[in-house]
Design a protein around this ligand. Sequence first.
Ligand code: AMP
Length: 248
Amino acid sequence: MKVLVPVKRVVDANVKVRVKADGSGVELANVKMSINPFDEIAVEEAVRLKEHGVAAEVVVVSIGPAGAEEALRTALAIGADRGVLLQHDGEIEPLAVAKALKQIAVEEAAELVILGKQAIDYDCDQTGQMLAGLLDWPQATFASKVVIEGERAVVTREVDAGHQTLSLRLPAIVTADLRLNDPRYASLPNIMKAKKKPIDKRPLASLGVDVAPRLEILKMAEPPHRKAGAKVASVEDLVNSLRHAGVL
Ligand code: AMP
């Protein structure tokens, strides 16, 4: 079974995101970029499937500028076999990403696609669902456990009321939630090995996908700063303060 894992390069989760002075977007100049954390979990899951003899090959794919190769190398260092980089400068919306991923999934004859549940830059949480729709494949989003049983994937999902278990016919789409696994730290020898693994680089335009944006960002702004809280000495003081503030 071949597993395809789409990985996005995003602003590192530990970086404090700053909005550009003109409000046109997020400041990306000289900012540390990393693989999207949910995609790292998706790669780890695919690599574990390979280590358990369930998957034969793990292919990672990224759509983005030349620098997105770094995200692919991180995935290759975790244990993926090879990468595909569809080069595209500028923002790209989930629908266009899903259309491109559909072509790669078909071209690679992937039987399982594991995506992150969301990319932490725009928090869209849409690509996996759109890809399932375009391919007309079953989907299980927000997975916390994936077991392959013959021709089916048995996936436990995190839902508001607790856990739901679904059995999907392969080929299928799964999106990874935080509790699916703890991704390993890539060892130095594996980071070195990853540098030699093949990455097929092509312009996204060569797929003939319509990437024209459907959305227009009107303005981006930082959230308002929260006012400092105040400590009260007793429950009585708390009740008085709340009364004074008109809450009670
Ligand atoms: P989103 O719908 O943007 O929140 O993204 C959900 C998932 O889709 C991500 O975690 C990735 O697995 C995948 N994805 C989104 N954008 C890209 C991209 N440019 N290249 C590769 N994978 C992507």
